[in-house]
Write a protein that binds this ligand. Structure first.
Ligand code: SAH
Length: 246
């Protein structure tokens, strides 16, 4: 069961940035916003920039300290415009999203965004378990905070989509499982032996190459069934011939 993924904005000065961040979050299906001592909130400026994501603003948790915002979180990922010293594990946005998705199965995960003027203080960074830096021009690396929220939210979205169970799981169009592939290989080896193409005692190398070939093709469950049907037919024909001879 997935726990929450929360976006925490620390001491944000411009209400418009809070609104734009709420919009960015809702676009990517995130909803939990924590605001640590925002300078001006609630505010018409935030609502205007939220452009329909007012629900995210209305349910935002306004708290006094960053410690309050991340109290139940085990993983706290600080977004930093600068590459910092090696004190914290530094992640790319993609790595951070993958970590967050996995860890949020256990406990809420927070992404923390700093002030427009000065980012996150050292004390705030001390509460972070990891840092994420959005690769950017080293001579001009600081993004607008709402845009940084957008990029991280997008990575979280991509990561969710690729982890979602496939919608075709009930049909045969989804990729064959490892067990289904193994079933194919065993059947193939048996059929190749029966038709006299290989001697199973000396077929290891060839079977390895065939495995590589089929794995590269990533067949669907339906395709595995077709291949196994062909193998069964070849085996049947062989035994029919054998029967005809005997
Ligand atoms: N002038 C500040 C940057 C403030 S930008 C500084 O030098 O630290 C406001 C916030 O946006 C940052 O604290 C950070 O959380 C986020 N941010 C901006 N650019 C970023 C980047 N390239 N990677 C990760 N986060 C970034």
């Amino acid at each position: 069961m997935e726990q929450s993924l929360r976006i925490v904005m620390v001491h944000t000065s411009h209400p418009g940035n809070i609104g734009a961040a709420a919009r960015a979050m809702k676009n990517m299906s995130l909803s939990e916003l924590f605001l640590v001592q925002p300078h001006d909130f609630p505010s018409a400026g935030a609502s205007a920039r939220a452009a329909g994501a007012d629900d995210v603003l209305q349910s935002a948790n306004v708290v006094t300290t960053l410690a309050d915002a991340v109290a139940e979180c085990r993983i706290v990922i600080g977004a930093s415009a600068r590459l910092r010293s090696v004190k914290w594990p530094q992640l790319t946005p993609r790595e951070a999203a993958a970590l967050a998705r996995t860890e949020s199965l256990q406990a809420p995960v927070a992404f923390v965004f700093g002030r427009e003027s000065s980012g996150l203080s050292n004390q705030e960074l001390d509460l972070c378990t990891h840092l994420v830096h959005i690769p950017s021009n080293p001579a001009f690396s600081s993004l607008n905070v709402a845009m940084a929220v957008q990029i991280i939210s997008y990575e979280l979205r991509l990561c969710r989509r690729s982890n979602e169970p496939s919608t075709d799981s009930g049909t045969g169009e989804g990729p064959a499982s490892n067990a289904q592939m193994e079933g194919l290989f065993a059947h193939l080896e048996q059929a190749l032996d029966e038709i006299g193409f290989i001697d199973v005692r000396r077929s290891e190398k060839l079977m390895r190459r065939l495995r590589r070939l089929f794995h590269r093709a990533t067949p669907s469950r339906d395709e595995i069934n077709i291949l196994r049907g062909i193998l069964s037919a070849a085996q049947g024909r062989k035994s029919m011939r054998r029967n005809a001879r005997s």
